[in-house]
Ligand binder design. Structure first.
Ligand code: ADP
Length: 260
């Protein structure tokens, strides 16, 4: 529609058509480039652990063949690297599944409280391993939103997992479910007291494979796809993700559901 308006107002009929074709081409090129970048990134992310596993196989066949202690250590590394590849493939599959499915908004409503409670239970172990305490603030009455329970569970899981991973060891992670108020839809927020995210990185953290600090994020078992998946799912739900953060003080990720 935008292009036809250009054709109608500023440039003549025939050059208008030219603009239309030209813009269309550049959009196709942009999407092609994005796709190529994505494939390059995904291949690189898979190649790194794969190269490491291949290297350790050689070492196990050669120098470490008769050294049980080294063998055990190398097998452990290989196990971690294969787990990393499996996580990456799971996330890639989630993304491509989301992209393939056309989204029909759920007709019914769903109470988000049991979804959030379930995610907290599922991640208690990870929290304990990271020395993080989960504190929840969940109202006693239902907090209903329109949406898909499995997809929203994945959103809450990714956000809580990040809060735990990047939160401060010995610190708290606060999970709040806030009912709708006049003019504001229901909200679910996750607050940690970790290093936070600098302002210049905020708009980019939901991009695929974007990581603020590659070393820390790698050691935290991330794929760099978690927030991209979150954003994708929320867009389908007409919901918004807002991030508030202060360096050194932590971050709050809030899912804002639409009013209705
Ligand atoms: P990852 O798998 O690396 O965690 P995500 O897409 O979930 O990927 O997050 C992207 C990046 O955003 C992370 O690598 C990290 O740098 C940053 N990030 C996400 N959540 C937090 C948080 N709660 N505190 C600080 N940084 C965060």
């Amino acid at each position: 529609e935008r292009w036809f308006r250009i054709a109608g107002t500023s440039v003549g009929e025939s050059s208008g058509l030219f603009v239309l074709v030209f813009k269309d081409q550049s959009e196709i090129r942009r999407i092609d480039r994005m796709r190529a970048d994505f494939i390059a990134n995904a291949s690189h992310e898979l190649r790194t652990p794969l190269a490491s596993v291949a290297g350790f196989i050689d070492t196990l066949r050669g120098p470490a063949r008769n050294d049980p202690k080294a063998r055990e250590q190398f097998l452990q590394i290989m196990q971690n690297q294969t787990a990393r590849m499996a996580r990456l493939i799971d996330d890639l599959l989630s993304l491509s599944r989301l992209e393939m499915k056309s989204y029909a908004p759920a007709s019914g409503t769903i109470d988000v409280r049991p979804l959030v409670e379930g995610v907290i239970d599922a991640l208690r172990h990870l929290a304990a391993d990271n020395g993080v305490d989960i504190v929840k603030d969940i109202p006693s009455g239902p907090v209903e939103v329109r949406g898909n329970g499995d997809e929203l569970t994945q959103v809450f899981e990714n956000l809580l997992e990040n809060a735990i991973k990047y939160g401060q060891s010995g610190g708290r992670v606060e999970v709040s479910v806030l009912p709708a108020e006049p003019g504001t839809g229901p909200r679910v927020s996750f607050t940690d007291h970790g290093p936070g995210i600098a302002e210049e990185h905020l708009p980019r953290v939901t991009e695929r494979f974007y990581r603020v600090d590659v070393e820390t994020s790698r050691s935290q078992k991330g794929t760099g796809l978690g927030l991209a998946i979150v954003k994708h799912i929320l867009t389908r739900h007409n919901a918004r993700l807002t991030i508030k953060s202060k360096i050194g003080e932590g971050a709050t990720f809030t899912v804002n559901f639409p009013t209705n």
